[in-house]
Design a protein around this ligand. Sequence first.
Ligand code: SF4
Ligand code: SF4
Length: 466
Amino acid sequence: MIEYFHSVRLISERCKGCVSCIKRCPTEAIRIRGGKAKITESRCIDCGECIRYCPNRAKTAVTDSLADIKRYPHNVALPAPSLYSQFEAQVTVDAILCGLLSLGFDEVFDVAVGAEVVTTAIRELLQHKQVKRPLISSACPAVVRLIQVKFPELIDHLVPFEAPVEIAARMVREEYARRTGRPQDELGVWFITPCPAKLTAIRQPLGDLPSNISGAISIADIFGELRRVILQKPAAVAKCRRASWAGMGWAVAGGETEAAGVLNTLVVHEIHSISNVLEQVAMGKLKDIDYVEALACAGGCIGGPLMVENRFVAEHRMRNRLAVGKRLQPQPELPLAPEDLVQRGTLEPRPIMRLDEDISKALYKVEQMERTLERLPGLDCGSCGSPTCKALAEDIVQGQASEMDCIFKLRERVHELAKEMMGLAEKLPPSLDKKEKKGAIRDGKSKRVAGTSGRRGGSDDSGGGA
Ligand code: SF4
Ligand code: SF4
């Protein structure tokens, strides 16, 4: 059995079994059983929707901490471009990058540089190679996982390059080895992340290649301290490598395709909307589109679950930064993308909808599921602990739930039982059943009368005989 790593976890003591999360999960990974939520590991894509919508704060994302960097003699921070959106316009990108140095990192390398490399690679790919259309962006790990588990037939549509953060990490490692001549395993490479899906992609890579990143530190966890050091005393700027607006633009929905100059594009963000669009791609309806830029969070990474600022404020700030960048440098010169730098490993499907490994058993279960579903009310209310009636039908055939988990079926059954009991209550034992008794007495009397007349007859007989 495959072992899964997930950054998104449940804090069981806080869970009240309120069913808010089961309705939001895009892969139907959550069930409420025994009054508590339960995440099915094979289905979870670490999109963080359940973190956003849990009213009891019972879902959390496990990430690395600043203390973890002590494990390495030399550490590099890789800040996501979305980090810049958390600060007001007067806090410069240099100040933010150097603030990270004050937190204990030895170097900072802007992930947006990796985004610039992927930008040129995508541009080349669309101009010079035959690719399945629409090509789908592979930068958001939650979207890639969604395709692996729900739309495996679309894997060939995914951009065949690593995400910008992996490319940045590879560049950093190669540079470090070249510059110092020291082994790469001395180097800690830390992604400053807006989302849990990134940590999951580091610990359990999306393709068959190992990750070059040592860990991921949540923006929410370090923001307070980073802000404090930036306001106090900026560190030297010398070791920071930064990108142009083209790379930074990847933080907001639409930025990726704008940087690559792709025109015939569909920009879609928010995981449920993506699911709807991917369904259309799978049906072959969007072949006239060249590129689908898909980001699991509303607004793009600036709306990531590990961000601090309101996403609208963050988007406003980011767009202002980009506008200034474009004014200063309308057409930045982007780095070339050598094939071996951008290549990603092979992606395997991870379908979750399989009912059984054995095809004949699976077909039997499909039939059972359909029959069960016909008996359910079709209200998708979620009070059974499964997100929809269809999901409950599946849980029932898989032996993980019963029809009586549905409150409507339970009520029907209670009603039937009550009627049966009423019927039984009417049926008293013969000794107490008055109707029966009267009848019996009447029968007895008539018998007695018959007997008496018999006896009379007898005495007559006897009298007659005397
Ligand atoms: S992280 Fe996303 S996929 Fe995983 S359980 Fe939460 S909502 Fe579902
Ligand atoms: S949109 Fe960005 S923050 Fe949200 S899941 Fe995808 S990569 Fe993470």
